[in-house]
Ligand binder design. Structure first.
Ligand code: FEO
Length: 382
């Protein structure tokens, strides 16, 4: 990033852990934060708790040892905000700048109640030769989320919006193709429920000239801004490509055999198709492909007269994310009394998905029951 005022002070997290204690990170993640160095110095967001010493050292290097005058808090989720108290300890006169909804969170997480400047929509903070303008973007994806705009460099510090999983590993700007799938997985897992508020934020920002997006995760976006905006726009409108995402759980392999047979039949017909085992795969990869394709197919055996739990969990996640514009079909084996297929259809219907037919329950072994896979895929294609 070539900037007169902005210096990157973020950090890569390559630990083997679950983000939000839920989502795997095979490529790691970056916590991005920035120093805006002018007559006054502003720090935009912090990082996760494990990186305190590194973070403070980076900020001191970027400021040349000058104290930080302002800490801008765009978002209070602790992956970015865990070091607020440490920052205040290092720079005791530093003013925290945030919106009213974040103030009780700063107190609740850090016990800090003093020297806080509350900002509202379009308030401006003058730093000398440049300034920061604040844009409220509630529920992208927490109530207190806001963005900070630096008009002199047309730079938007966007919080989680336009972010993605994946550590930077020295890749500073753009790299859209390398990060594209991790952006979809990030959006689907974490921001997916908030399509309406993402759309509201995008409309609000539509007239603002933006030449650089500094998100809290992933690369700084400059030349790839149109691609990044397009993907967030499409996902927040629940736009999909034509294709099938098969999600299954299986106890003794029969529902799995049906899933694989459906997958092979789809492939043979040239239908774009993904397949996921809900028992062994992290749900983030499953939500990613559910957001990608217009048809969701779920397979689960009947277990305790219910849907096999791993698949029920995914369907609950689909409902929570208010996923729209999807078709749905179900299948699954049972031994004495069925029920999972009907129950999956009911869950899908109440989540607003378009249920295609009654589905394909089958009794006991896949090899003996020989369910009609071609007929099932005919319904998906119709
Ligand atoms: Fe990256 Fe919602 O925190």
């Amino acid at each position: 990033m070539e900037s007169k005022f902005i210096k990157y002070v973020g950090t890569d997290d390559l630990r083997d852990f679950l983000f939000e204690n839920q989502w795997t990170l095979p490529e790691g993640v970056a916590y991005n934060s920035y120093v805006v160095a002018d007559e006054k110095t502003a720090l935009i967001d912090t990082a996760a708790a494990a990186f305190g010493d590194k973070f403070i050292a980076e900020v001191k290097r970027a400021t040349g040892g000058k104290p930080v005058d302002y800490l801008i808090i765009n978002h209070m989720e602790p992956d970015h905000s865990a070091l607020i108290a440490l920052a205040r300890k290092n720079w005791p006169d530093m003013t925290i700048v945030t919106n009213a909804k974040a103030v009780p969170m700063v107190a609740g997480y850090h016990g800090i109640t003093d020297n806080i400047l509350i900002v509202n929509e379009n308030d401006t903070l003058d730093l000398g030769h440049c300034s920061l303008v604040f844009k409220m973007t509630p529920m992208v994806h927490w109530p207190e989320t806001m963005m900070t705009y630096l008009p002199e460099e047309e730079t938007l510090f966007s919080g989680d919006a336009f972010g993605c999983f994946g550590a930077l590993k020295g890749r500073g700007e753009d790299h859209f193709e390398e990060f594209r799938d991790e952006m979809v997985r990030y959006y689907a897992s974490i921001v997916g429920k908030y399509g309406q508020t993402v759309q509201a934020a995008m409309k609000k920002l539509a007239g603002v000239p933006v030449s650089r997006i500094c998100s809290t995760h992933g690369p700084v976006w400059e030349k790839d801004i149109p691609k990044v905006l397009d993907i967030y726009d499409r996902m927040s409108r629940y736009q999909t490509a034509k294709g099938v995402c098969i999600v299954y759980g299986s106890m003794y392999g029969n529902t799995a055999e049906a899933a694989k047979a459906i997958y092979e039949e789809c492939k043979a017909r040239g239908i774009k198709c993904a397949i996921h085992d809900a028992v062994t795969e992290n749900p983030s990869f499953i939500y990613k492909d559910i957001f990608e394709y217009d048809t969701l197919v779920c397979g689960a055996p009947t277990y305790n007269n219910e849907i096999f739990p791993a698949v029920a969990h995914i369907l609950k996640g689909v409902a929570a994310r208010m996923i729209k514009n999807h078709k749905f079909a179900a299948f699954g084996s049972y031994t004495w009394v069925g029920g999972s297929v009907k129950l999956m259809n009911l869950m899908a219907e109440s989540a607003g998905l378009q249920v295609l037919g009654e589905g394909m329950p089958f009794k006991q072994a896949f090899s003996q029951a020989k369910p009609d896979i071609k007929a099932f895929v005919d319904i998906l294609e119709a």
